[in-house]
Design a binder for this molecule. Structure first.
Ligand code: CMX
Length: 133
C-alpha cells in the first residue's frame, strides 16, 4: 500500500455538512459525484496532500444509511492507494482478510476499488483504491 488515499465520512445531509466542512477547511469541495452502484453522493475536499470524502446515502439500502442508523454519522472508512489492486486483493485474501468484492469495481473520483470487511481489521472498514490511468 502506498499511502492513505482518502478518509470517508458518513453524513446524513450533504448540503448541511458542506456548509460545516467549508468553514472547517476554509475551502470548497473540488468535486461532487454520484456513485449509483453504491447508492451514495460523494463530495471531495483536497486539504494539502490529503483528501476527505463526505458520503451521503441516496437510498435506505445504501451501506451509508445502514451505517448511520447503527453507529451515527462519522468516519466510515480509510482508503489506501495501491499500485495493483488485483495483486493487493490476492495478497490480502491470502492473509485471511475478507474482501467485500470478488473483483475491483468502479468507484468515485476515477478509481478502481475494493472494500475489506471491518471485522477482520479491528472494526475499521478499509478501501483499496487504484487510480484508473
Ligand atoms: N466501519 C466499521 N464497522 C462497520 C462499518 C464501517 N463502515 N459498517 C458496518 N460496520 C459493522 C456493523 O455495525 C456490524 O457490527 P456488529 O456486528 O457489531 O453489529 C459489522 O460491521 C458487520 O455488519 P454486517 O451486518 O455483516 O454488515 P452490514 O450490513 O452492516 O454491512 C459492510 C457492513 C462493511 C459489509 C457493508 O457496509 C459493505 O459492504 N461496505 C462496503 C461498501 C460501502 O461501504 N459502500 C459505501 C461507500 C462507497 C464509496 O466510498 O464510494
Amino acid at each position: 500500500m502506498n499511502k492513505i488515499e482518502h478518509i470517508g465520512i458518513a453524513v446524513k445531509n450533504a448540503e448541511a455538512s458542506v456548509t460545516v466542512f467549508n468553514k472547517l477547511f476554509n475551502t470548497t469541495p473540488y468535486k461532487t459525484e454520484a456513485v449509483e452502484s453504491e447508492y451514495v453522493n460523494t463530495i471531495f475536499y483536497q486539504i494539502g496532500p490529503n483528501k476527505i470524502e463526505l458520503l451521503e446515502a441516496t437510498s435506505e439500502s445504501s451501506a451509508i444509511a445502514k451505517f448511520i442508523e447503527k453507529k451515527g454519522e462519522g468516519i466510515h472508512h480509510i482508503a489506501f492507494d495501491v499500485e495493483d489492486i488485483v495483486a493487493e486483493m490476492e495478497r490480502l485474501k491470502g492473509e485471511g482478510f475478507t474482501l467485500l468484492n470478488d473483483a475491483p469495481k468502479k468507484g468515485a473520483d476515477n478509481k478502481l476499488i475494493c472494500f475489506v470487511h471491518p471485522k477482520a481489521s479491528n472494526g475499521v472498514l478499509i478501501e483499496l483504491c487504484q487510480e484508473i490511468k
